[in-house]
Design a protein around this ligand. Structure first.
Ligand code: FPP
Length: 246
């Protein structure tokens, strides 16, 4: 059964998890941050090498200021608390997104954790903060153009653009998991998810467990990834699949 190398997760449902318990939404986010920790460990155990989580989107600024502040604080706390364990576990952490409007404390911690973990290669955790897929594509185009003032956009191909995305040194996600019952990509890695398999579950993010991850991995293992080709072409290249179809 094939295995994803890179899983991307849209962690939805923290607010509803809290509402069901009649506690503040922000407590749902605290529980959600604890779930990130558990899911990283579960991914390592499952042999997945890359995990990217959508912690704060370019659209999340529209939330009540108190909730925005709490989410930013939580990300700082996560970086502070996890640095030692990340390092001991050989995990490299990257943060993607527009840092221009993040506070100096958060930016400082991002730089610190990225720098300390930069040589780790056992597992790659990417946290998207003030990230939007549209922002990523635009910033890539602008940087490409800025470095080539004499060239026109006709010269820009998909591989050129990929090399300027914030995920340039990461493989594209093989599997997207979205919790919380919605079936949309909400401006996460739009370019990178062109051929990503998408798994949607009603489970609320704070309740997401290793067993749920295993279920998603099993579902992924049954997908036939054609990347635009026909079933027959894929079967010709994969003896195992040819046998299954026979
Ligand atoms: C969506 O749930 C969740 C978010 C916008 C924030 C996700 C953040 C965390 C899990 C914690 C911080 C992350 C890290 C890596 C430390 P929602 O609030 O939209 O839930 P709802 O749809 O039920 O209201």
């Amino acid at each position: 059964m094939s295995h994803p190398r890179h899983i991307a997760i849209i962690m939805d449902g923290n607010g509803r998890w809290a509402k069901k318990r009649m506690i503040p939404r922000t407590v749902g986010h605290v529980k959600g941050a604890a779930t990130v920790r558990k899911v990283v460990q579960a991914c390592v155990r499952a042999g997945v090498s890359h995990l990217s989580v959508f912690a704060f989107s370019t659209e999340n600024w529209r939330r009540p200021p108190e909730e925005v502040r709490k989410l930013m604080d939580l990300i700082v706390q996560y970086l502070q608390k996890e640095l030692r364990d990340l390092q001991e576990s050989g995990i490299r952490l990257r943060v993607i997104g527009d840092r221009a409007s993040l506070g100096p404390e958060l930016c400082g911690w991002i730089e610190r954790v990225e720098q300390v973990t930069q040589n780790n290669d056992r597992f790659h955790l990417t946290v998207a903060v003030n990230y939007g897929g549209q922002w990523d594509i635009l910033q890539a185009m602008r940087r490409w153009q800025a470095e080539r003032p004499d060239q026109c956009l006709d010269d820009l191909g998909p591989a050129d653009l990929s090399a300027y995305l914030s995920t340039a040194d990461l493989p594209d996600p093989d599997l997207l998991i979205r919790t919380g019952g919605e079936a949309r990509v909400s401006n996460f890695m739009l370019w990178q998810m062109a051929y990503t398999e998408m798994f949607f579950t009603d489970v609320l993010w704070p309740d997401f467990s290793e067993a749920h991850l295993q279920k998603a991995l099993h579902w992924y293992g049954q997908r036939v990834r054609r990347f635009g080709r026909t079933d027959e072409q894929v079967a010709a290249e994969m003896p195992a699949m040819a046998q299954r179809k026979a």
